[in-house]
Ligand binder design. Structure first.
Ligand code: KIV
Ligand code: ZN
Length: 516
């Protein structure tokens, strides 16, 4: 048995991560991510905000039905309707948690809630008791704790613990804290709250000043035993603390930390890729742990050192976090069983045989174009297949693009819209522009293109390009992702996927909105 404390890893990719503009995920996508998180052995999965919409409720419920090894949690504002809905969504879970919160900073209490501090305490206590009437595992958060008064925090936390909260979360909601000061705040709270020994203290840091991970680690050094974080640091505005950075910092610097996590780090890179593919948020190459360059040595001096003795320039081993140097997995002659097995190893399982068949034929088509198929290719194939199985209003049948020096690029596409085929054409400043114009000549979506980006999924000129298209309409932002060895076709797929998401519509409540 280790003498070290257990650090609870609470992943909120599916809730706070989804609050990143455009990172909306559907139920099937959330379930895939939840399974990857379970494989990673995260302790708690915050599966969503059940009251936000029917879709969010269903997603939390299906995660609660499926996940066995992690606690499944739903967020709820400190009001009865939210708490009851959260309880209903997590009911099927083997281990369920309700996470309720209310703002505690003077600015939020005065301008957002329009409540006095005493009224806020009263509401918090009522909420915790109501949540406890449904489940034993209740977490209470003091929203905007980073800008709250220490005395008031201590008062409300003591009351919440008395009311039955088992985890007390101190969020730096607006990313205002500085490590030394935040660590000291946590130390003071734990020291001053008389019943602090009856709860686990948690932190939830945002990255507005680029300090989310540092602040979380400072808190751990001062007694926090749960960290709330997200894969790739996804999250509202500049994001949340990144799970992979927290976990690897604690593991790599065991000389400094009195805690251990139970994360299976080998699944970090696959989980990072999955989240990136599903949300369309690429991982920057120099991102710690999961960026393409995180373990690449460019300079001759570094390369020479690493060859002589790896630890001269490497503090972690790439393979320990799931990077495989030779991740060539399959080729043209690989069979259906090998394909299914490899997908399973990557955490991808299709619900129906027809999905598997469709993915397998995409794999065969890709293997004809590109002889080496990597894990990343398989992940893109799976995402494409699962996207196309959903209630898609639009889809691409075929397309042709002419691009020639001195001639205006032209695109002709055949599209399916509401089950009927349409032929469309367009001209533009380049082949992608011509393609988007051709699609819009039929759809006339009224969307603004906010982002268009292309990333090579693997290396080499025969690699698949993964295109992300971000569209905005009436304040709603969606991302569409498409992959193909032809980047113009990938662009068309991504644009069409974004249009499908726009057409699915749906209004969701934001958990931190004022109108409770
Ligand atoms: O940032 C925040 O304060 C939150 C809470 C709802 C925990 O996300
Ligand atoms: Zn947050």
């Amino acid at each position: 048995m280790s003498a070290k404390d257990h650090l609870v890893i609470f992943d909120t990719t599916l809730r706070d991560g989804e609050q990143s503009p455009g990172a909306t995920m559907n139920k099937a996508e959330k379930l895939r991510i939840a399974k990857a998180l379970e494989k990673l052995r995260v302790d708690v999965i915050e599966a969503g905000f059940a009251i936000a919409s029917e879709g969010d409720f269903e997603a939390v419920k299906s995660i609660a039905e499926t996940i066995k090894e992690s606690t499944v949690c739903s967020l709820a504002r400190a009001v009865d309707v939210d708490i009851d809905r959260a309880a209903e969504a997590i009911r099927p879970a083997e281990r369920g948690r309700i996470h309720t919160f209310i703002a505690t900073s003077p600015i939020h209490m005065q301008y957002k809630l329009m409540l006095s501090p005493d009224e806020v305490i009263e509401q918090a206590v009522r909420a915790v008791k109501r949540a406890r009437s449904h489940v034993d595992d209740v977490e209470f958060s003091c929203e905007d704790a980073g800008r709250s008064e220490l005395d008031f925090l201590c008062r409300i936390i003591e009351a919440a613990i008395d009311a039955g909260a088992r985890t007390i979360n101190i969020p730096d909601t607006v990313g205002y804290a500085i490590p030394e000061q935040f660590g000291e705040t946590i130390r003071q709270i734990i020291h001053r709250v008389p019943n602090a020994d009856k709860a686990i203290f948690s932190v939830h840091c945002h990255n507005d000043l680029g300090l989310a991970v540092s602040n979380s680690l400072a808190a751990v050094m001062n007694g926090a035993r749960q960290v709330e974080c997200t894969i790739n640091g996804l999250g509202e505005r500049a994001g949340n603390a990144s799970l992979e950075e927290i976990v690897m910092a604690v593991r790599t610097r065991q000389d400094l930390f009195d805690v251990e996590t139970r994360i299976d780090a080998q699944h970090i890179v696959p989980a990072s890729r999955l989240v990136s593919t599903i949300t369309g948020f690429p991982v920057q190459p120099n991102k710690a742990i999961v960026g393409a360059n995180a373990f690449a040595h460019e300079s001759g001096i570094h390369q020479d050192g690493v060859i002589k003795h790896r630890e001269t320039y490497e503090i972690m081993r790439a393979q320990d976090v799931g990077w495989h140097t030779n991740s060539l997995v399959m080729g043209k002659h690989s069979g259906r069983n090998a394909f299914r097995t490899r997908l399973k190893e990557l955490g991808i399982e299709f619900e129906t045989e027809s999905e598997l068949n469709e993915a397998f034929s995409r794999f065969k088509a890709l293997a004809d174009l590109k002889h080496e198929i990597f894990d990343e290719d398989l992940q893109a194939i799976a995402s494409d297949t699962l996207q196309s199985e959903e209630d898609a209003r639009f889809s691409l049948v075929c397309m042709k693009v002419c691009s020639e020096t001195g001639v205006v690029p032209r695109a002709s596409l055949t599209l399916l819209m509401d089950g009927r085929e349409h032929k469309v054409e367009g001209e533009g400043s380049g082949p992608v522009d011509a393609t988007f114009r051709a699609i819009e000549s039929l759809v006339d979506s009224g969307c603004n293109l906010q982002l268009y980006s292309v990333n090579a999924i693997t290396s080499g000129t025969d690699a698949q390009g993964e295109v992300t298209v971000r569209l905005e309409r009436g304040g709603r932002i969606v991302n569409g992702v498409g992959a193909d060895t032809d980047i113009v076709i990938a662009s068309a797929k991504a644009y069409i996927e974004a249009l499908n998401q726009i057409s699915r519509g749906g209004v969701r409540q934001h958990p931190q909105a004022a109108d409770v």
